[in-house]
Ligand binder design. Sequence first.
Ligand code: THU
Length: 130
Amino acid sequence: MTDDELLDAARAVRGKAHCPYSGFHVGAAILDENGEVHVGCNVENAAYSNVSCAEAGAISAMVAAGGTRIVTIAVAGGDEHKTRACTPCGGCRQRIHEFSNKQTRIIVKDDDEDWHTYSIDDLLPASFHL
Ligand code: THU
């Protein structure tokens, strides 16, 4: 599974997002330590605070399938016209952190081939641990 294939999986599931309130579609695809891919999209609700982010859906799918570690997570977000290099929100950074190690890569890419790779320490320095 290449980074491009994982980004394609994120872009594909982004098309399934349920986001009638924001109009902002997000897809996430995780490659886990077993070489399995798990995807998720954002699911909004008329009671706005009940939104489920794409990353949360992909993490739930990974855990349900027996995965324990994110090797790479690709995120693609945007409206129906354009994909933006969408970095995970604050809450999703903490969710990703739970299943990450120093090698975990978070990759985002937009329609113009602008490409970024981050570690979880880049996105969530001085993170919370129990
Ligand atoms: N969203 C995600 O799915 N992931 C993020 O990391 C940022 C935000 C969704 C939530 C909501 O449905 C829409 O994007 C606009 O905030």
